[in-house]
Ligand binder design. Structure first.
Ligand SMILES: [Cu+2]
Length: 353
């Protein structure tokens, strides 16, 4: 059939184009025991996905096939639950110990596979002993699934940022296996794992259309922005039928809201959790879940609290989100290898010489 062999390259090309939309995205991830600096005076023992809190950003497109090979390099068992994914005919990848899988033991691995059916600001977290692992040990990270058909509002966005909120309990911060008990008092609060002043400025210029992807990862939040209104466009990844304006948005644990802010009011503007004790570090204000939006146009006064802060343009994952699809580690989120306490040395007897 000479005709068919002539046609074949064209058919193959057309077929390739039709499947180019959906890609297989395969990533390796580990879980590591590291010490995370959260606030001045607070370092917490965490189980970090790829040794960082938040865990690495996973950025894919709606319809992509996602495969994550997860290695557990810690001394306790863990999983990943892919929060918000539908897992159609695929419940065994939901990451819940003793319900969809056996927890991944120390030194072992597990491969998760799923189709990114649901678009939007989704996330992942451990589902073993959730009160501790998710609550106070940093086992969570963002997965952003770009929609095949973005809304008209989304198309206007020029700058994207991720803010993941969580709390910490300094009493148990240095002892694995404790924490997450009922009535626990959280005394430190963070955005992307850091408490003010260790958070970073979010730099914008007049005319930017800023999208904040807000995640209440570990605690309830009442996010407030100064000088602007937020247009709430998405809830838990899905577009709202009627977006609405607000200057405070409440989020219960687990919830996500996407908000769009027109940057039309140059200044230095604090943005913070409006639950009052969340803007302190163990009761000392200012601290906690606070960041400052800095317009490039504004000259910073000498007395400005972050006058000399160099800034990290990827602290809110703005740069990583603009790089296309993949898995993105963030140096600023990395913990440090725990310091092994040395046994006290025997004192040598003082000699004459
Ligand atoms: Cu865990």
């Amino acid at each position: 059939m000479p005709q068919l062999s002539y046609m074949l390259p064209t058919i193959l090309l057309a077929f390739a184009a039709s499947i180019a939309q959906a890609e297989l995205r395969s990533f390796d991830m580990t879980i590591e025991e590291v010490d995370l600096e959260v606030a001045p005076g607070l370092t917490a023992k965490v189980w970090g996905y790829n040794g960082q809190v938040p865990g690495p950003l996973i950025h894919v497109r709606e319809g992509d096939e996602v495969e994550v090979n997860l290695f557990n390099n810690t001394t306790l068992s863990h999983t990943i639950h892919w929060h918000g994914q539908y897992m159609t005919n695929n419940w065994r990848n939901d990451g819940v110990p003793d319900i969809t899988q056996k927890a991944i033991e120390p030194g072992e691995s597990f491969t998760y596979k799923f189709i990114a059916e649901k678009p939007g600001s989704l996330w992942y977290h451990c589902h073993v002993n959730v009160p501790e692992h998710l609550g106070v040990r940093g086992m969570w990270g963002p997965i952003v699934v770009d929609p095949k058909k973005p809304t008209a509002l989304e198309k206007k966005v020029t700058k994207d940022a991720i803010l993941m909120f969580s709390g910490w309990n300094s009493e148990v911060a240095n002892t694995y296996g404790k924490g997450g008990h009922p009535g626990e008092v959280l005394d430190y609060f963070s955005i992307n794992g850091k408490s003010f002043p260790l958070t970073e400025p979010l730099r914008v210029k007049k005319g930017d259309v800023l999208r904040l992807r807000l995640y209440a990862a570990g605690n309830n939040v009442a996010f407030h922005t100064h000088g602007h209104d937020m247009l709430v466009t998405h809830k838990d990844g899905l577009p709202l039928p009627e977006p609405y304006h607000a200057d405070v948005v409440p989020l219960l644990q687990g919830e996500r809201l996407d908000v769009i802010i027109e940057m039309n009011n140059p200044g230095l503007w604090i943005n913070h959790d409006h639950i009052e004790h969340h803007v302190s570090n163990s009761g000392k204000a200012p601290g906690g879940a606070v960041l400052i939006i800095e317009y490039d146009e504004i000259e910073k006064p000498d007395w400005y609290v972050w006058k000399d802060k160099p800034g990290n343009p990827d602290f809110y994952l703005t740069e990583s989100l603009s790089k296309g699809y993949g898995l993105f580690n963030t140096e600023a989120f990395k913990g440090k290898a725990p310091v092994v306490e040395e046994k006290p040395r025997r004192r040598k007897k003082k000699s004459q010489n």
